[in-house]
Design a protein around this ligand. Structure first.
Ligand code: SF4
Length: 757
């Protein structure tokens, strides 16, 4: 049974208050580091393409690679065990520990062992399990779960960790600085590693052709855990296999940059256990670590590895079934770098204890938890992905994380109450089952709501604002009473265009012809930006048409109503095809709709149709930029005060600009900035990934407080002294609504700023 809205709201409020600040500081730091680090790479996109290709190939050939890896591990003298599930894996590991009479087992960081709950299994046999990664050790001492897949204790402050150490170890001296805390941990963990009977590690990648493990860590504890005890158990998901050691290269380049923003992670360890792995001999510390072999002078060096034992436990636990699932399969390409979590506005505010399942957290967690634990677990946090798509470009293996979240949302929608489908069949304007949450159906069918709202405005706006109506909206569909509702316009954008008699630029005199797409919000709510788009394009010599084209399907897609969205895609293409045939450009004001045309429609339309729409569609300021650079006269647009820059009020030209998440993912923010700067505006852009509104997300009462928290950094930036007097512009409907709620000054779309007065 999924949580109620009130329960979800309370849970989010709790994590915002208790863990939000520490998570925000850590993840935003990682995220900023990622931007800086990847900017230093000339071949970032090429590296991502190579990494993606290796994973695609490896997952395609997985059964064959498992066989090859088994041969390699056995030839090295180790053992490979493929565990069907967590119980099977734990049984095998417990047997190894029992055979070794293990009293203490030291572990390096491994999310797969978290997934298996291997610590509990071993501890029930009396084995003392010690986490040796500092973050993992902290949460083990605190008896908590990781809140981040790379930095498990990111939710804890330095002061909190100091208190924990003092309470646990009754330390003589107070531990205050990060250095003191780290030195204390190193000493304690060093003692435990030295006395351990078994060492356990994960593996970031495993080469099938040699049995070599690649371990990427920040503290070097994995290396110690692997080689100090004479028995090494490595536990990894079966998806970690790649064909060869040479395939490690792009991942080594990408994993640290993507996750923590480091050009290279502190410790990169390649081990080929049980042989060829240098080991430490504490009884003979002056002799260098060696795997044995032959010196240059021909003398032989004894191997210390002959009596070593190595077990590689490859875990299936749902992965092979995910491999057969066309929609979840991409999850297996994940290298667990955490970039999707760090770049996510919601994750930055609440962290993985709210935005996560049994083990995994962040954007890709929906895929992992669905495949491993099931839809019920994913359902508890899946809605925290708003589909903003900021993770898409951050992912080093180019996983379409929002799409996985959308597909899972669709499955969740269909999984509950489907037996009542017949009750609503034919009664709703969508193609969804009867068990669908009423709030999702309301927001997913917002185009119908908007049509009714405009047809009956202003009564509809007055009525919706009354106290009983707000209460009803809150109770039935979950609209938060603190949100101002959009005001529907009686005269829609299309009606205005028809009333004025069409385009003021005759076809015969036009430099180009364009459709201005009457998206749902521009048509019914943000009508002024539609008018501004028409006037701007006409000023630059474009003959404009505003045909009757259905809404893009963004609203239903964001609720996981995939079939309904697909229906919209086909209708939109059918309506626009004749204009594309007539060589008209398609100009889109709302960035989330352009993203549908350029990204999501690829899933719905025939390849040729998708390609045609993609090639002919432009974001409005991208289009203006193209016209200006093709020779259109910019003086017809509105520029800052024409007086000499020294004389005019400096604030006249100041603009604070927040572009839309989808627009940034498509790489289109720069066009707006370039047009504004070409016209003489002085532009500062927002530094946050997302404003927090994300379509209907910020309207939902369970998420209202989170939405406002995500938007807070923009408020701080735009109210700071150097931006407080600037005109605020934003490209997306949601962004404008959120900025209206966050700021006390007016907002507008950039095209309204530049349109001829
Ligand atoms: S989905 Fe991509 S960005 Fe997210 S953790 Fe996996 S590899 Fe990293």
């Amino acid at each position: 049974m999924s949580s109620t809205r009130d329960e979800k709201a309370a849970r989010i409020r709790h994590f915002l208050a208790t863990e939000g600040d520490a998570v925000a500081e850590g993840t935003r730091g990682f995220n900023a580091g990622r931007y800086e680090s990847v900017a230093r790479l000339d071949d970032y996109e090429e590296l991502k393409d190579r990494a993606r290709a290796i994973k695609e190939d490896a997952i395609e050939r997985l059964p064959e690679l498992v066989d090859q890896l088994r041969e390699s591990v056995e030839a090295n003298g180790g053992t490979l065990y493929v565990a069907d599930d967590a119980d099977d894996a734990n049984r095998y590991i417990r047997e190894v520990a029992e055979r070794k009479d293990a009293e203490t087992l030291v572990k390096s960081k491994s999310m797969t062992t978290e997934e298996l709950e291997v610590n509990d299994a071993l501890q029930s046999d009396g084995v003392d399990v010690v986490e040796t990664d500092l973050g993992e050790w902290v949460i083990q001492l605190a008896d908590e779960a990781p809140s981040h897949i790379v930095a498990p204790a990111i939710h804890k402050s330095r002061e909190g960790i100091a208190d924990l150490f003092e309470a646990t170890f009754d330390t003589e001296e107070p531990l205050e600085t990060a250095e003191e805390l780290t030195a204390f941990a190193r000493e304690k963990l060093g003692e435990r590693i030295a006395e351990a009977d078994v060492g356990m590690t994960g593996a970031n990648f495993i080469a099938a052709d040699s049995g070599t493990l690649l371990l990427v860590t920040s503290e070097g504890n994995a290396r110690k855990s692997a080689v100090v005890p004479d028995t090494h158990v490595a536990v990894a998901g079966v998806e970690k296999i790649v064909p060869s050691v040479t395939d490690f290269q792009p991942f080594v380049e990408l994993i640290g940059r993507s996750g923590t923003g480091q050009d290279i992670t502190s410790y990169i360890s390649l081990l080929t256990p049980p042989v060829d792995s240098p080991t430490v001999e504490f009884d003979d510390p002056d002799v260098p670590m060696t795997a044995g072999g032959t010196e240059r002078d021909g003398s032989s060096v004894p191997s210390r590895t002959s009596d070593r034992e190595f077990h590689l436990v490859l875990v299936d636990n749902g992965r092979m079934a995910m491999r057969e699932d066309e929609q979840l399969k991409e999850t297996l390409y994940c290298i667990r770098c955490s970039a999707c979590a760090n770049s996510c506005g919601n994750f930055q505010s609440v962290g993985g204890h709210a935005f996560g399942g049994e083990t995994y957290s962040g954007g890709i967690a929906t895929g992992w938890e669905t495949g491993i634990e099931g839809l019920d677990v994913a359902a508890e946090f899946n809605d925290l992905c708003t589909g903003c798509s900021r993770c898409v470009n951050a992912c080093p293996v180019k996983i379409d994380i929002p799409w996985i979240n959308t597909v899972v949302r669709d499955r969740i929608n269909r999984g509950e109450g489907g037996r009542l489908d017949f009750l609503v069949e034919g009664l709703t304007p969508d193609a969804e089952p009867g068990g669908l949450d009423l709030g999702k159906r309301f927001f997913g069918n917002f185009s119908t709501v908007a049509k009714l709202g405009s047809a009956t405005a202003p009564v509809s706006n007055w009525l919706a604002g009354t106290r009983p109506a707000r209460r009803l909206l809150a109770e039935t569909v979950g609209v938060d009473p603190r949100r101002e509702l959009p005001a529907f316009r009686r005269e829609t954008f299309r009606a205005w265009f028809e009333r004025r008699g069409g385009s003021e630029v005759p076809q015969a005199r036009a430099r180009r012809e364009a459709v201005v797409y009457p998206d749902l919000y521009t048509n019914h709510v943000q009508v002024e930006r539609g008018k501004a788009a028409v006037k701007t394009l006409e000023a630059l010599g474009v003959h404009v048409v505003v045909p009757d084209v259905p809404s893009s399907g963004r609203a239903p897609l964001s609720q996981g109503m995939v079939s309904t969205a697909e229906g919209h895609a086909h209708e939109v293409y059918a309506a626009l095809a004749e204009h594309i045939d007539a060589d008209r450009d398609v100009v889109v004001v709302e960035p989330s709709d352009l993203a549908m045309f350029r990204r999501e429609y690829e899933k719905f339309l025939a390849p040729k149709s998708f390609e045609r729409l993609d090639m002919h569609s432009y974001e409005v300021m991208e289009y203006v930029y193209g016209l200006l650079h093709a020779g259109a006269e910019s003086t017809l647009l509105s520029a800052p005060d024409e007086r000499d820059a020294d004389e005019r009020d400096a604030d006249d030209a100041g603009v604070a600009y927040h572009s839309h998440c989808q627009q940034r993912t498509l790489g289109l923010e720069s066009y707006t900035v370039a047009v504004l700067e070409d016209l003489g505006y002085d532009v500062v852009t927002s530094e946050t990934e997302c404003c927090g509104m994300a379509g209907s997300f910020g309207y939902k009462r369970e998420y209202y407080e989170l939405s406002m928290d995500v938007g807070e950094p923009i408020r701080e930036q735009f109210e700071a002294a150097d931006a407080a007097d600037r005109a605020v512009v934003a490209s997306g409907t949601s962004c404008l609504e959120q900025l209206d709620a966050l700021l006390s000054r007016p907002t507008q779309h950039p095209v309204e700023l530049v349109a001829p007065r």
